[in-house]
Design a protein around this ligand. Structure first.
Ligand code: COA
Length: 477
């Protein structure tokens, strides 16, 4: 014990990486430790780009996530090369397997589109033999990711203290609805987070109620934040040799994405928000940031305008930004060349009170063209515009297929389906999208190949019922 203490003290003094770490990562060509992180870079790979594994090759994740926020995070890590072992409740699995089912008897798109590139093992975490398997997983994995309701992991017996004791290098990453405070015990879903994180109060039209957005900023947005936390914790572990807790609260994640609205809250206390169309309409501001319809969030006025075909096509619209440096080009394009020099229109300040009328005039022009024609004409002269693309158009867009952003995947029980691939493109860590696992599909290979259980141990665990759904009569009893 005393020897151990001395060794630890010595390590801290010389700032060398922890002993365990030195075993795992080979610091080749490392003569002198580099300043800063205390470690040198390994020798440069001689393999071609994209052929030397993936960014997270060698990282193993105990994926205890369900629904959307956690699975978004672990799917990203799996795309980046981590071996992601998804632990699911026997017989049921992630609840989304059976939600919004479109092909009878097959996993739903909700599940398949959030769980690519993972392996699935079924474990009853409340069964002693299930806990035996979980503990073995804790010892062998680098990261545990979970998004259970507050306290659920502790109730299973997997407290931070226990995990840390079993595997001091393990990173324990959690999504919760709220951070510490009055709401920390609440269960939270997407729209709750959008409302509590400031998004809903600032989305929609001034005259209408608060609105939630279609983009899943509460679930997927928080999963993204968590993934960054995990990768950073892995990086820090390279230096410290120890794991840590990583927490992202959905409220915090949404608020981070609503940062510009908290900016405006502080500005509104000093005077009107002049770039909001409410200002040009002469409507006084209240005490907090209002809903701003389709106003642009930055200093460049913008609005959504009708395009040719809007009468029958709900998506025949374009977002048009009247960016000051291209004002002259806009005037030429819409047939108002005199606005270039007319002092009533020539400066952003002069235009501000007339924005509604100006956009109405631009719309007269956009309504004579399709959104794609407007896009082409405007981009030709550097006017930023955004066609409102329907999901059908996105699904059929060839360039998105080409980049792997939209991918067709085959699945044994549901057949072919479309999904969104990895939006992060890396030149030396190229993602391929593999179908989601069937429930418990990899149970045996994980027990034997990953955890090293012998055949008799596997039989013992299986016979105990820890990996299978309870029989009907047991359930009823
Ligand atoms: N074996 C045995 N029990 C298991 C299990 C397994 N493999 N996996 C989960 N369970 C148990 C949990 O231990 C928990 O039991 P307990 O409450 O008796 O302790 C139970 O299943 C339910 O878990 P919970 O997370 O409460 O699920 P829920 O369906 O009631 O709630 C959420 C779902 C999403 C609301 C909740 O998990 C939550 O608030 N998560 C954090 C925020 C979040 O991620 N929300 C977004 C989801 S997209």
């Amino acid at each position: 014990m005393a020897k151990k203490k001395r060794t630890k003290a010595k390590q801290a003094k010389t700032k060398r990486p922890a002993k365990k770490f030195r075993k795992v990562v080979k610091l080749s060509s490392a003569k002198k430790p580099k300043k800063g992180n205390g470690a040198s870079l390994p020798k440069m790979s001689s393999k071609p780009f994209g052929k030397d594994g993936k960014a997270l090759t060698g990282v193993r994740i105990l994926d205890f996530t369900h629904v959307q926020s956690g699975p978004t995070c672990t799917q990203l890590l799996a795309w980046l090369g981590a071996d992601c072992i998804k632990v699911e409740r026997p017989g049921a699995g992630d609840i989304t397997r059976g939600q919004l089912v479109d092909v009878k008897g097959a996993d739903s798109l909700y599940f398949t589109m959030l769980n690519h590139n993972k392996r699935s093992i079924t474990i009853d975490s409340k069964h002693p033999q299930g806990m035996r398997v979980l503990e073995a997983l804790v010892k062998t994995c680098d990261v545990l990711v979970e998004n259970f309701a507050p306290g659920a992991l502790d109730r299973m017996g997997l407290t931070w203290e226990r995990i840390h004791k079993l595997n001091p290098r393990m990173i324990v990453a959690s999504v919760k609805g709220f951070g510490p405070g009055p709401y920390e015990d609440c269960k939270v879903y997407e729209n709750v987070a959008q409302c509590a994180g400031g998004s809903a109060s600032t989305t929609g039209f001034r005259e209408g109620p608060p609105l939630v957005t279609g983009a899943q900023i509460g679930d997927s947005g928080t999963g993204l934040h968590l993934a960054l936390g995990i990768v950073s914790a892995l990086y820090q572990r390279n230096r410290t040799g120890r794991g840590q807790k990583v927490l992202t609260a959905m409220q915090d994640g949404v608020l981070n994405l609503c940062r510009v609205k908290l900016r405006d809250q502080q500005r509104i206390e000093k005077g009107p928000l002049t770039e909001y169309s409410q200002h040009s309409e002469g409507v006084p501001f209240g005490v907090s940031v209002p809903r701003a319809g389709n106003d642009s969030g930055g200093g460049q006025p913008g609005w959504i305008l009708k395009c040719k075909g809007w009468e029958s096509d709900p998506d025949a619209y374009i977002y048009f930004i009247t960016q000051a440096p291209v004002w002259q080009a806009i005037c030429d394009l819409i047939g108002e060349p005199t606005w270039k020099t007319d002092p009533e229109y020539a400066t952003p300040r002069a235009r501000l009170p007339k924005l509604k009328a100006i956009f109405a005039r631009i719309e007269q022009w956009t309504m004579t063209k399709t959104k794609f024609e407007v896009m082409k004409l405007c981009n030709h002269v550097d006017i930023p515009v955004g066609p409102i693309l329907s999901m059908k158009e996105i699904a059929e867009e060839p360039s998105l297929r080409k980049t792997g952003t939209v991918v067709e995947v085959d699945h044994p029980t549901r057949g072919k389906y479309l999904t969104v691939g990895n939006p992060i493109k890396m030149s030396d860590s190229i993602s391929e999208v593999k179908r989601s696992p069937l429930l418990g599909e990899h149970t045996d290979e994980i027990l034997i190949d990953v955890l090293g259980f012998k055949a008799n141990e596997v039989a013992e665990i299986k016979n105990s019922g820890a990996l299978s759904a309870p029989k009907k009569e047991e359930k009823a009893a």
